[in-house]
Every structure is written in structure tokens, then in C-alpha cells.
Design a protein around this ligand. Sequence first.
Ligand SMILES: *[C@@H]1O[C@H](CO)[C@@H](O)[C@H](O)[C@H]1NC(C)=O
Ligand SMILES: *[C@@H]1O[C@H](CO)[C@@H](O)[C@H](O)[C@H]1NC(C)=O
Ligand SMILES: *[C@@H]1O[C@H](CO)[C@@H](O)[C@H](O)[C@H]1NC(C)=O
Ligand SMILES: *[C@@H]1O[C@H](CO)[C@@H](O)[C@H](O)[C@H]1NC(C)=O
Length: 284
Amino acid sequence: MAFKRTIAPVSSFYLILNVLAYATSAAPLSQAACDRTILVQAADTYVAAQTAGSLDPLKPVLATSWIYTENNKNISTNSSVLSKKLTIDHRRTNYDLVTCATYTEIVAASGPYVIGTQIRHDTNGKISSIDTISSTTGSWLFNATKTLEYVKAEDAGWKPLPVAAQSAREFIQAAGDAYLDMWNNAHAHEKVPWGTPCVRLEGSAYTGKGQANDSCQPGIPSNHNQAPNTRRRYVIDQEMGSVSIFCVWEHMMNAADSHEFRLENGKLRYVHTMTECGGRTCRL
Ligand SMILES: *[C@@H]1O[C@H](CO)[C@@H](O)[C@H](O)[C@H]1NC(C)=O
Ligand SMILES: *[C@@H]1O[C@H](CO)[C@@H](O)[C@H](O)[C@H]1NC(C)=O
Ligand SMILES: *[C@@H]1O[C@H](CO)[C@@H](O)[C@H](O)[C@H]1NC(C)=O
Ligand SMILES: *[C@@H]1O[C@H](CO)[C@@H](O)[C@H](O)[C@H]1NC(C)=O
């Protein structure tokens, strides 16, 4: 009882703060709103569950009515990628301390799988949803071995940023949104804070040549009359300069799509994407 009395006001306060943040897109909340340790433990446990191919390690940290979504569909975990034992070759997690969420990128070359997972937490720190984009053979530009090579070569560049190189979370999200708007908005590219160098890893296709003038602009949509990228879900890590956006890539067979962007000094530096087409081979 004493425990409950102590915890209730904290939860309500958290809720009110979040409601305010969503309603006004106001300045960042106090990071005390969310316990980083809980997010780290949950993400680590998720990776352990994926390694084991079993939900069991996660059970203690799941909320009673949690939701599992895979490739934009609510499915039973019994038939999910989580039920497959995977040898994980690469894993990186970004932390959103405002919305209490994480984004984890996983590459399992022998799976073969390249997976992006957004995990959301409730006000008690329990996992309220696991939202996964799981790409495999047939997915857009898929080759997990090749993706792994690029991801490993790039990994040293994905370090927490010094405060002076960080951007406001609203700015990071706007950069990602502008990028995803390029499909259906001829002016969206003007709002993307393009950096130099900048490299894109799309499935296993890499635009970088390791040169100082590497640019992310060649190959961006030139036909802006395509269907929009919809149902966007965000995880923003200000210290990493990153935003993970899951969406429906309507122009690509209504694919389940993950885009992750990293900004350094307010400029776009890295883009990672994975795209799965409902079990069919992706074709534009
Ligand atoms: C999944 O279930 C949740 C909760 O019932 C619901 O809000 C959401 O719209 C569902 N998503 C899909 C893709 O059906
Ligand atoms: C999933 O598998 C577990 C364990 O075998 C079983 O108890 C449960 O009913 C299954 N759930 C669904 C939705 O099939
Ligand atoms: C995937 O990439 C690896 C490494 O570049 C290459 O050896 C392999 O042949 C590729 N696999 C397919 C199916 O293209
Ligand atoms: C980028 O730099 C390389 C090496 O200096 C040069 O060969 C190349 O022409 C440059 N590319 C562009 C688009 O400026």
C-alpha cells in the first residue's frame, strides 16, 4: 500500500507531462520522466529473447495487455520472428527518454534477418508494445551478410554526440519527416538538412564511397506524385542524433518500412532502411 501511494502521483505527473508534450510539441520534458536503466534492461532482454527464440526471458517485463506487431500487422508471437533462434552479429539500441521507448537494430547474417524493433513502455516501466520490422530474403535489396559488413564498418561513427553537436528532438524528427515526405511532396527535399559526407544503407545497398564528399542526394525520389509514407511511429534519441521511423511505404506494395536517420551538428549523416513486402518479393 505504501508503495502504491508513493508511485501514483509520479505516474500521473508523467502522464500529464506526456499529454502536454503531445498536445503542444513543447520543449523537451525532464529526462527524469523515464528511467534509462529500465529501457536498457528491457532492450537487452529483448535481444536475449530473440537469441533464444523464446518469449520467456521477456515475460517478467511485459505489461498484462501488451501488443506485438510485426511488419505492420498484429500477430501472435508464436508465428513471429521472435520465436526463431537467431545468432545475432550486430545490435545497436537507441533510447527515447521522453516517450519511454527504444529502437534496436539487429543483423543476423545466418538467419538471414535484418530487424528493427521499437519497444514502448507504460508508466510502470513495463513493455506495452513490441513493434518489429523484420526483413529477410525477398525484402528490398536484401542481403544480410552485406548489410552486416557495412554496418560494422560504419559502427564507430554511431557514438553518442557531444552536447554541442546535438539537435532538438523536434528538429531531428522534422528532418526524418521531410525525408519521408519526398515521395509525395516536391518541396520536401528543401527541408532535409543534407550533410556532407552523408551515406545511405538501404537494405544491403550502400551509397557511401568513403569520400569526404559522399552525398545522400543521388537517387532520392524525383517523382513526387507517389503515394505517401503513412502510419509513422517514432523513436527519437537526442544524444545519438537519431530518429527511427516505422511506416507504410505505400508506393512499394504497401510495404512495412523502417527508416533510421542520424544527424550530426544539425546535418544528416547516416540513413539506414529496411523494407518487407508482406512475404512477397519487393518490387517497385
Ligand atoms: C493492433 O492492435 C492495437 C490494439 O488493439 C490497435 O490499436 C492497432 O490498430 C492494431 N494494429 C493493426 C495494424 O491492426
Ligand atoms: C502460443 O504458444 C503457447 C505455448 O505453446 C500457447 O500456450 C498459446 O496458446 C499460443 N498462442 C496462440 C495465440 O496461438
Ligand atoms: C550477399 O553478399 C555477400 C557479401 O558481399 C556475397 O558474397 C553474396 O554472394 C551475396 N548473396 C547473394 C544471394 O547475393
Ligand atoms: C568527390 O571527391 C572525389 C575525390 O576527391 C572526386 O574524385 C569526385 O569527383 C568528387 N565527387 C563529386 C560529386 O564532387
